[in-house]
Write a protein that binds this ligand. Sequence first.
Ligand code: MF3
Ligand code: CO
Ligand code: CO
Length: 396
Amino acid sequence: MAGGSDVAEMLSCVKCGKPAHLQCPKCVDLKLPREGAAFCTQDCFKDSWSSHKSVHLKAKLSSVGDKNSDLASEGWLYCVKRGRGRDSKLPYFDWTGSLRPYPISIMRTVPAHIEKPDWAVDGIPKVEPNSDLQHRVEIKTPDQIERMRETCRIAREVLDAAARMIRPGVTTDEIDRVVHEATIAAGGYPSPLNYHFFPKSCCTSINEVICHGIPDARKLEDGDIVNVDVTVYYKGVHGDLNETYFVGNVDEASRHLVQCTYECLEKAISIVKPGVRFREIGEVINRHASMSGLSVVKSYCGHGIGELFHCAPNIPHYGRNKAVGVMKAGQTFTIEPMINAGVWRDVMWPDGWTAVTADGKRSAQFEHTLLVTETGVEVLTGRLPSSPDVFPWLNK
Ligand code: MF3
Ligand code: CO
Ligand code: CO
């Protein structure tokens, strides 16, 4: 075992979690991630050997028949950081389920004539975090509302184009390409692209991924569920929506999860009108989810939207939340419940974006951008007569 006096940050023993001072010498030779090679004592190292040694075999196999090296030569690499960090090797991680990240393609470009949000150039939003609209809920002007109607309609048409592609064998990168090209063809900018360095033009979240999955080289498989989340920036405003789709034949438990999540959003929208407390949204969603044996994600919330992508109000989807304020005509915000088949807790992948369920069970989500009207609500991203017929429960 190699000593670790030069180890800058303290690692935990792979076996018992105690501070680790030793590194498996074989892992050091193979240049494997230090996190997966750390042990506190020779005893823990010996006790782990029968299972730990498979790590070496796997590393050798993947370096021989490395199909990723073909991809790497075309610029396909794993996203290994929230930022620009990329690597041809997948880092060690205690994955919660069976899904794994795949390499991502190089960043897509946007033509010069498209109006861009301030993060498009350097990955850093500058107006958004400093705006007073993070604390005060704006009442939109008639002009802003009209622009939001147009943008949200484009976002809906872009999402529908993505929905029509869903089938086994299609990669999420191919879905991202269609979202990117359809957005630009409509004169818009795909808001996620380079937002806090997010590397792609939409989010694609498969199976145990709760949200913010990065489109990559993985092919959709029969039985998967996949959420596609599209946001478009057009005429100075954002429109944001998402839906969860079935890939081929999906088991009954997943169909129940996805339909229940759809119903959670519908029920939440049905209470929106002036005078209703924002905190009521989470009560309605929690009631329906828990009644159906499902749990509600707490770490990610709905948000105000308009000239800013994310602003006040914050809209938790869970019960007994402390959201402040009441709805007023002219406000625009999203509701986007994430509902889990198992526990509500989330874990972040090493890419800094992909949120997965802590128990590896599946998660579904639906999102709309809404306008509070004098009498109730207008669903700005609502389905169109042209929207594809992909949800069996809408045909009854
Ligand atoms: N569209 C997501 C939402 O509903 C935000 C995605 S931000 C990204 O709020 F950077 F991950 F794309
Ligand atoms: Co949103
Ligand atoms: Co969204």
